[in-house]
Design a protein around this ligand. Structure first.
Ligand SMILES: Cc1cc2nc3c(=O)[nH]c(=O)nc-3n(C[C@H](O)[C@H](O)[C@H](O)COP(=O)(O)O)c2cc1C
Length: 368
């Protein structure tokens, strides 16, 4: 049997987001599906991320004469064709053979910013080669050995990545019950594209009650940003902030941007929904740095609500992996294009022409 042509494959990619999720579930092993979908603990935070969007409404303006819509924006000064980006997620190779290179070239074709992580299935150099022009960031999981941090950051800089995302909400992995039940073993089963000296986060503290120890990289403080500043000129984007206090500390330590994130509910179960925290972070640091948000962004309306509450851009997580599972790199391209249409439609329905016309007057708390 021959491989399907791009056109044949493209027609198989489902059109609605619900269908995409359903189809994706059938395209990967059950353990991988649990890895993608699961949150931490009893998945309260995972659920709250979505629920938070339901507590806001969009306030449209009618008859504003909108004739053309432009989704273009700038993220850390770089042009992007939409105010959403692909969040860093590990192990794309487990989801589809196209892996990170497929996602990277899809993002480049659409002009969307994409972030790739320390735990990519392909090396950061191979990913860069698949997306030579596109805006692209590298996500760093702090390593037990500081020499490895430095080497990853220097490799990213020399491969043309535009910023380093420093993820700060993983001193140790969250309690991933769903993954554990499904038997997904991150460290044993999956090769890490960036090299054998790269370590995934520890799965649990070591020791026996009452004393436990975390691995060396886990004991980092904000000082690490000053260290990174010492050997890279790239902007540092701190991912995993859930309070104005941490946002301030990150900015004081050298962050150029903040991502309000709870890791898609995969880390601290019981932490706030990201949309709930966004306004206080924007109030604290939004006048000096860009603030982005991820977690539960699914619809065009979600994108506009987050922007209205002060986010410069929003990060997409699981839906990108659904699209990758269902249709490879082509699936991701189609999904990104579809979301762009949905955001443009929502913007038109709100009577706004462009991202720069989105402000706080676009949303209001939903009346019960
Ligand atoms: C399967 C999976 C793997 C992830 N891997 C990483 C990672 O390696 N580094 C990181 O900073 N965040 C990682 N994340 C978190 C995402 O960057 C993002 O914060 C989250 O997925 C957003 O929530 P959403 O999935 O509801 O859109 C991962 C998320 C998923 C679903």
């Amino acid at each position: 049997m021959t491989d399907p042509t791009p056109d044949e494959r493209a027609t198989k990619i489902p059109l609605t987001l619900d269908e995409l999720e359903e189809v994706a579930a059938t395209c990967v092993r059950p353990a991988v599906w649990a890895y993608i979908q699961g949150g931490a603990g009893d998945e309260r935070t995972l659920e709250w991320n979505r629920e938070a969007y339901r507590r806001w409404v969009l306030v449209p303006r009618a008859m504003t004469g909108v004739q053309e819509i432009d989704l273009t924006t700038r993220i850390l000064g770089v042009r992007a064709s939409a105010p959403f980006y692909i969040s860093p997620m590990a192990y794309h190779g487990e989801v589809h053979a196209d892996g990170e290179p497929g996602v990277a070239s899809a993002a480049a074709r659409v002009g969307v910013l994409a972030a790739f992580g320390t735990l990519s299935s392909s090396s950061l150099e191979i990913i860069a080669a698949a997306q030579p022009q596109g805006p692209r960031w590298f996500q760093l999981y702090l390593q037990p050995d500081p020499v490895v941090n430095r080497s990853l950051v220097e490799r990213a800089e020399s491969s043309g990545y535009g910023a380093i995302i420093v993820t700060v909400d993983v001193p140790v992995l969250g309690v991933r019950d769903r993954q554990a039940r499904a038997g997904f073993a991150i460290d044993a089963s999956v090769p890490i594209g960036n090299g054998a000296d790269v370590r995934p986060p520890a799965r649990a503290p070591e020791g026996v009650a009452p004393r436990f120890r975390l691995p060396p990289g886990a004991g980092a403080t904000w000082e690490i940003l000053r260290e990174l500043r010492g050997y890279t000129r790239l902007p540092l984007v701190v991912k995993g902030v859930l309070s104005s206090r941490d946002a301030r500390k990150a900015v004081d330590a050298g962050a150029s941007a903040i991502i309000v994130s709870n890791h898609g509910g995969r880390q601290l179960d019981g932490a706030s929904a990201t949309l709930d925290v966004l306004p206080e972070v924007v109030a604290e640091v939004g006048s000096s740095v860009e603030v982005y948000v991820d977690g539960g962004v699914r619809r065009g309306a979600d994108v506009l609500l987050a922007l209205s509450l002060g986010a410069r851009a929003v990060g997409l997580g699981r839906p990108v992996l659904w699209a990758l599972a269902a249709g490879g790199g082509l699936g991701v391209e189609q999904y990104l294009r579809q979301l762009a249409v949905e955001v443009a439609t929502t913007l038109a329905l709100c009577g706004r022409r462009s991202i720069s016309e989105i402000d706080r007057s676009l949303c209001a708390p939903r009346r019960a």
